[in-house]
Design a protein around this ligand. Structure first.
Ligand code: ZN
Length: 263
């Protein structure tokens, strides 16, 4: 179903840059670069990360206006077969969690983030793009847990531009894995975002070799953010700001779930 929807201030599309896993490079390199270009982003550090060791550095990101999003405490993910994640301990296999387990873990993460930024409104950034919990006949969507705690959620890695005007779920906003991509690829995705009136949510981990197993080349990142800052009809903002706008401007008030929106 197509709905009337327009971005603010004559913008033709929206972009969110999101940086996962609480890496020092996010405050040593990414934040200064984004500030230089006047851009704000969403950072999704799990609590058990550099954030525990250097909380003041993460507080400074929030003071600068970036979003500190929730990426859980322990980074649970669904263990995959036949190539399991070697770093994922069995007790943090999301397919063994219950909704109550996850809800409690996310509440603790929200509390820690609140102590850093003083805010109660934030978004969730999915771990490993996983959006279900449990396994077999009890495998279920995270939507109800997320809707209870967050403004919205960056969800599955779809590698597609989200389209708020149709087939859209605020608690599973599809994202585009940006690690390894070329500058041409990234700019072309933003051009497509503009021409389709969509929202490109880029998922990034490290910046440059040695910062994370998954990373975007530092030079590509620098040139892309510089180019993005010059795009006058693209609204680049944290997920929280863009999701809040969509929520406030959806023509069908009070509807948050994809299932309902698809009907
Ligand atoms: Zn992660």
């Amino acid at each position: 179903m197509e709905r009337a929807f327009a971005w603010p201030d004559q913008n033709q599309g929206a972009v969110s840059l999101t940086y996962d896993d609480g890496l020092p490079v996010h405050y040593t390199l990414v934040d200064p670069l984004l500030r230089h270009h006047g851009l704000l982003a969403s950072f999704y550090p799990m609590i058990q990360s550099d954030l525990c060791m250097h909380p003041d550095n993460w507080r400074r990101l929030a003071i600068a206006g970036h979003e500190l999003g929730n990426h859980t405490v322990f980074h649970p993910c669904r263990q995959v077969h036949p190539d399991p994640y070697p770093w994922l301990e069995e007790r943090y296999d999301l397919s063994s969690y219950t909704p109550a387990n996850l809800h409690a873990e996310l509440e603790v993460a929200n509390l820690v983030l609140h102590l850093l930024d003083g805010r109660t409104d934030r978004t969730y950034g999915s771990t490993c793009g996983d959006m279900t919990i449990g396994r077999g006949t009890i495998e279920q969507s995270l939507d109800p847990v997320l809707a209870d705690l967050f403004v919205a959620a960056r969800g599955a890695v779809t590698n597609r531009i989200a389209q708020p005007a149709r087939d859209f779920n605020l608690f599973n906003v599809g994202c585009i894995s940006a690690d390894w991509r070329s500058l041409e690829d990234l700019t072309s995705l933003v051009e497509q975002t503009r021409s389709t009136g969509g929202w490109a949510v880029f998922l990034i981990h490290g910046i440059g070799a040695g910062t994370h197993e998954l990373y975007l080349d530092a030079d590509v990142h620098e040139r892309f953010t510089s180019w993005l800052a010059g795009q006058k009809t693209i609204w680049t903002a944290p997920v929280r700001e863009i999701a809040s706008y969509i929520k406030a401007h959806m023509p069908i008030a009070g509807i948050h779930f994809g299932q309902e929106l698809r009907s």
